[in-house]
Design a protein around this ligand. Structure first.
Ligand code: SAM
Length: 495
């Protein structure tokens, strides 16, 4: 078996690995979802007629505006669809293949296999076709055909690229997630092992496992040495005994969205959300898992929060500041501000069950003497007037219904003291909302689970200016972006 050895740096490899663990399947979902929605039939050729506006496109495919936008934005970001500023969407000549029936049929077939692919652990255990809707599907045969057999030539390099992202990316994600589930990654972490030994350690059939190892080799993760299989050099350096558990912890979250993505078209046309985070029980389950995952990466997020606290301290003193951390999660952002100055007092606001996970984190940092825990719904609590010097909204906007944001921003602006700062962290889209791609995939996940939106700087200004926060700027931070807003009474830091 030949190992594909992409000439990647260590950093690029880790990025690629994280992409496969999550965003690769989000990308497939957008590219396949566009077909399920029949989107391409409604896009005019670039330059030949008037581009279609978002609202009109939504109407033509029978979808909501937000849903249509969530699907088409990644297509624009990838260059398959053109967005003509202020006019609308069209198809460039290089995307002609998107209207060919043969290509569309291949996409529909892949989408039909989306849910079956989640049965990969079962296929590995039995080595046989899996039961599916009263019949059976040869899942391992499908993987062999997509990754290990010679490929029929695509109509063009752009078509080959689309096909690979749409059809193979979610299969790659599934292969990686399954490698975690069956314990294959763990079994390889100590070094190469014979196929029979790996099969025994993972409870899988050797010949079935060989297929999975072949797929992982095509992704540059696995190398064969004689009869033994182990991590490639880059994978070995990226996934050691310390980092592997951390990497694997992110994998189940990908599967939380699997069913929802199989029915993305239904969300767009009928507002039918298979994973609905507006349902209190679902929200409780997902946010609790999220808080415990963030607790696991507390240290790196604390560093980020401390950088943000330094930024704020460079604009105004933090002495005696009252800080409010809205949607605190693990408490990490509020804690960073608590650590920035021994006189800072922090209020941690989240739902009761999440706050239970915050308290030990804050106690460990000896910040509990300057902490207040506020259990409530951030959309209905009373923030009062002129109460806080700094209000933090770290990664919370995408969890909130977009229609609630104008009112929330109004209340938060009112709760800010003079020289107060509102600090929002998370992804920030480009002004045209055509990137960065990982932010667009994150936004698509928020959409398919009936959550909030990811915003651009113009989107933020439309919310901030009407409530008097007339001065705002985006700042690049190590993992996320930060938007800082004031009433114009705090000077910006010197460049
Ligand atoms: C993605 S997490 C971010 C956690 C944390 N701020 C961070 O950056 O690590 C979103 C948090 O917002 C909280 N949240 C969502 N909706 C909320 C609401 N209506 N009221 C209060 N908290 C909410 C969730 O419980 C969750 O802890």
């Amino acid at each position: 078996m030949a190992e594909s050895t992409p000439a990647l740096s260590q950093t690029a490899f880790v990025q690629q690995l994280n992409f496969w663990a999550r965003d690769a399947s989000n990308e497939s979902a957008a590219l396949l979802g566009a077909f399920a929605l029949g989107m391409f039939a409604h896009l005019p050729d670039e330059g030949s007629s008037t581009p279609v506006s978002l609202e009109e496109l939504a109407q033509r495919i029978g979808g909501t505006v937000r849903g249509t936008r969530s699907v088409i934005e990644p297509l624009v970001g990838l260059g398959f669809v053109r967005l003509e500023e202020g006019r609308g969407y069209s198809l460039p000549a290089s995307s002609d293949f998107l209207r060919q029936e043969g290509f569309a049929a291949r996409m529909r077939e892949a989408l039909e296999g989306w849910l079956v692919s989640a049965k990969l652990p079962e296929a590995l255990r039995t080595g046989a076709p899996v039961e599916w809707r009263g019949g059976s599907r040869d899942l391992l045969g499908w993987y062999r055909q997509e990754f290990l057999a010679p490929r029929a030539p695509a109509p063009s390099p752009t078509a080959a690229d689309y096909e690979d992202r749409a059809v193979r990316n979610f299969l790659r994600t599934q292969a990686l997630v399954t490698s975690g589930t069956v314990g294959l990654l763990e079994a390889m972490v100590s070094g190469p092992r014979p196929l029979s030994e790996l099969a025994k350690a993972t409870g899988t059939q050797p010949e079935a496992l060989r297929v999975l190892l072949g797929v992982l080799a095509s992704m540059g993760l696995v190398r064969q040495e004689g009869d033994a299989f182990g991590f490639s050099e880059l994978a070995g350096r990226s996934l050691d005994a310390t980092s592997l558990p951390y990497f694997q912890r992110a994998l189940p979250a990908t599967m939380d969205y699997w069913e929802a993505f199989a029915h993305l078209d239904e969300a767009v046309t009928q507002r039918g959300f298979r994973l609905d985070l507006r349902d209190p029980e679902t929200a409780k389950r997902i946010y609790q898992q999220n808080a415990s995952r963030i607790t696991g990466i507390f240290v790196s997020h604390l560093k980020l929060g401390r950088k943000a606290a330094e930024l704020v301290a460079s604009m105004r003193p933090l002495k005696d500041a009252r800080v409010l951390d809205v949607g605190t999660g693990s408490g990490v952002w509020g804690a960073a501000f608590g650590l920035a100055d021994p006189s800072v007092h922090v209020t941690y606001l989240d739902s009761e069950h999440v706050l239970e996970q915050v308290k030990p984190n804050i106690a460990k940092l000896k910040l509990d003497g300057r902490a207040r825990y506020w259990a409530g719904d951030c959309l209905s609590v009373d923030y009062g007037e002129s109460q806080y010097d700094v209000i933090l909204l770290p990664q919370v906007i995408p969890a909130l219904p977009p229609e609630e944001l104008p009112r929330l921003f109004g209340q938060l602006a009112r709760a800010l003291r003079p020289q107060g700062l509102l600090l929002v962290s998370g992804y920030l889209l480009t002004d045209r909302r055509d990137g960065p791609l990982d932010a667009l995939y994150f936004a698509l996940r928020r959409y398919v689970s009936n959550e909030g939106d990811v915003l651009s700087m113009p989107d933020f200004r439309r919310l901030l200016e009407p409530v008097g926060l007339t001065s705002s700027r985006g700042f690049e931070m190590p993992i996320q972006q930060v938007v800082v807003a004031s009433r114009g009474d705090v000077p910006w830091p010197a460049p």
